[in-house]
Write a protein that binds this ligand. Structure first.
Ligand code: FE2
Ligand code: FE2
Length: 169
């Protein structure tokens, strides 16, 4: 989504940043859906279904990329001592409730796209998730992603393969 019109990134930092682009895009889309009553039912149902798929199926893969692949590699290679990674991991756990609340409300809109009240009710969970995620994304982008270049090239290549394999399961 972030890379619209360009070749998809094939380096580790580029892939992770593209995921952050998707997180921001789908959060903004959910907010638009909540605030634009003029969207017709078919459009609203389509946008809600795309957002639902992303937050239910796509976002957890990015969290798993970080917790199961990237953070362990940074620790193993001695690139990061761990305090910031522990904080980010804890934040991932803290985000679960906000993600679940948004997923539930998106499912309600998918089930009844003509229900304007259900659409408006997306505003609270979408804003709550945006407020929780934005400082987290910025912390990763400022403090952790710049460290990825210090990983040996073969480790970076292996991580890229792991990220790709995770999306083909
Ligand atoms: Fe994260
Ligand atoms: Fe991230």
């Amino acid at each position: 989504m972030l890379q619209l019109g360009k070749a998809p990134p094939n380096d580790l930092t580029g892939l992770l940043l593209a995921c952050h682009g998707n997180i921001r895009t789908f959060t903004a889309l959910a907010l638009t859906l909540a605030q634009r009553p003029t969207l017709n039912d078919a459009e609203a149902g389509d946008v809600a279904a795309r957002c639902l798929r992303y937050f239910r199926d796509g976002l957890p893969l990015h969290v798993e990329d970080e917790d199961a692949s990237v953070w362990p590699a940074l620790l193993r290679e001695g690139v990061e001592r761990g305090a910031v990674l522990e904080r980010l991991r804890a934040q991932h756990d803290e985000h679960h409730a906000a993600i679940a609340a948004l997923v539930d409300q998106l499912a309600a809109v998918v089930a009844a796209p003509g229900d304007r009240a259900a659409r408006t009710a997306l505003l609270g969970p979408a804003n709550a998730l945006k407020d929780a995620l934005e400082p987290h994304l910025l912390l990763e982008e400022r403090e952790v992603f710049p460290l990825l270049a210090r990983l040996p090239a073969e480790i970076q290549a292996r991580l890229v393969s792991e990220l790709r394999a995770r999306r083909q399961r």
